[in-house]
Design a protein around this ligand. Structure first.
Ligand code: TYD
Ligand code: MG
Length: 455
């Protein structure tokens, strides 16, 4: 074998390679994170050999066979994957500890196993008894999933050759270690080596391999760059321990659109899909409250109708407080400045608190108009019209601008029973201004005119 032993240095924080030791990583700026990584470094020729002899083929023959996709009883998860699981896909599921990654994958594994795939669940974190206990709680104890508790990648690869599964779950990549590396499990060099060995298995045997990855304090997966570049699909499992709902988000997907989400809810019997998430996030429709506005936000191809809430109070101290959760605090300051200058609201002596109900975070500019309306409502101490939704971005000149996917957003508002929507005035004739059955579009070009329509 054409292999050579080499010593490289690698940053344990970001995974960057160096030829010599440094006190501070020049890539991510972290101090004292660069460690020596001794081991077998694959030369380009051995890498190529592992992938098998290359063939020149016509471009048109390089199709993914969509009929091979493995479906699950979770249509939302299948949609996030791009229409089901592709054989040979190498997937990373990242998320905070305790968010429900093992639960989700045990449910999926047993569902795939029940439909005839050979599924192997490999755990380096829990004993088989612990996993069985979880399985019985999830009601999947009778499923034909195969189990292995092991952390050595070499042993795992031997077992994989023997068992030849269609789908492999690795819980978690941070517990795996390869003998070729001297560093401890969980370090970037181990994570990288273990993942690349498993990647080779996935591609050679056309088995789908799903890695669970823990997220570090700063919100990235340990060894993030290496893993995210290596895998075909990166899924993030998001959520807040204080709320029941969880979101699976495709951050990267070579087999489908990225940005797609599935909303799930953690119950005492595992995770359940929420097929109509807007209903889940809209709780107070019957009694409109002062300071609450309703906005359709886009997540991937899904529209969620959410409530945004403001509380505007006279300030009793010198410097008024501005607290925002769910949107960027700088965005709140910007919207307040526009409201003050072009809306005619003097907000300088008021404390302003802002929140998106349910703990969601929204980065889209499409929420601007709804945020402004909720502030106007709280400031005026009057509830907004009950059946009115808000769509639009606020410009620094006080103008209300159209946003992308207006028809989709309007449709979801109508679906949720709203009868009116305050929306921008489009520069040209736009389709979404006409033929909206059941919902009246109120066009408004400037923030100064908004108060005429909202109460
Ligand atoms: P787990 O899947 O172990 O998280 P991870 O693998 O991401 O670390 O989920 C752990 C949490 O989920 C734990 O706090 C208990 C909760 N849980 C439920 O609420 N219902 C259930 O049916 C299960 C199995 C777990
Ligand atoms: Mg776990």
């Amino acid at each position: 074998m054409n292999k050579k032993t080499s010593t490289v240095f690698v940053c344990n924080n970001c995974g960057q390679d160096f030829s010599k030791w440094l006190g501070r990583c020049t890539n991510c700026g972290a101090w004292d994170t660069i460690v020596e990584m001794r081991g077998v470094k694959a030369t380009p020729s051995s890498k190529a050999a592992a992938a098998g002899p290359a063939q020149i083929v016509p471009f048109s023959s390089c199709t993914v066979n969509e009929t091979n996709r493995i479906a699950s009883p979770y249509p939302e998860i299948d949609r996030v994957l791009g229409g089901g699981l592709i054989p040979g896909a190498f997937i990373l599921l990242g998320g905070d500890p305790g968010i429900g990654k093992s639960t989700l994958l045990l449910q999926l594994a047993s569902a795939w196993a029940k439909t005839g795939s050979k599924v192997l669940y490999i755990s380096g974190e829990e004993s088989a008894e612990q996993i069985y206990a979880r399985g019985s709680r999830l009601g999947v104890a009778d499923s034909p999933v195969l189990m292995l508790t092991e952390t050595s990648v070499e042993t795992i690869l031997n077992k994989l050759d023997e068992a030849a599964p269609d789908i492999v779950v690795i819980d978690s990549i941070q517990t795996m270690f390869s003998d070729a590396m001297e560093s401890a499990p969980g370090s970037v060099s181990q994570v990288r080596e273990s993942a690349s060995l498993l990647l080779r298995f996935a591609k050679q045997h056309k088995a789908a391999v799903i890695l669970i990855g823990h997220v570090t304090k700063d919100g990235s997966i340990a060894g993030p760059r290496v893993l995210e570049h290596m895998v075909d699909t990166v899924l993030y499992f998001e959520g807040d321990g204080h709320y029941q709902y969880r979101i699976v988000r495709a951050v990267k997907n070579r087999y489908g659109p990225s940005g797609e989400i599935a909303v799930m809810s953690m119950t005492d019997r595992g995770l359940a899909e929420i097929s109509n998430p807007s209903e889940f996030f809209l709780l107070n429709r019957a009694n409109p409250q002062v300071g609450t506005a309703v906005v359709p936000v886009l997540e991937g191809s899904r529209v969620l109708v959410v409530e945004v809430q403001s509380l505007v109070n006279k300030s009793h101290f010198g410097l008024p407080q501005r607290v925002a959760s769910g949107i960027n605090p700088k965005k709140l300051s910007l919207l307040l400045a526009v409201l003050e200058r072009f809306g005619g609201f003097s907000l300088g002596e008021y404390d302003i608190f802002f929140n998106i109900a349910g703990g969601l975070t929204v980065a889209e500019p499409a929420v601007d108009l709804g945020v402004a309306a909720s502030i106007i409502s709280s400031f005026s101490n009057r509830p907004l019209r009950r059946d009115l939704g808000f769509i639009g971005e606020l410009g620094l000149g006080g103008e209300i601008r159209p946003v992308n996917n207006m028809p989709l957003r309007i449709k979801e508002l109508a679906h949720m029973g709203f009868t009116q929507c305050l929306a921008p005035r489009p520069p040209k004739k736009a389709d979404w201004t006409m033929n909206n059955k059941g919902i009246e579009i109120i066009q408004c070009g400037r923030i100064g005119e908004v108060k005429e329509y909202i109460f």
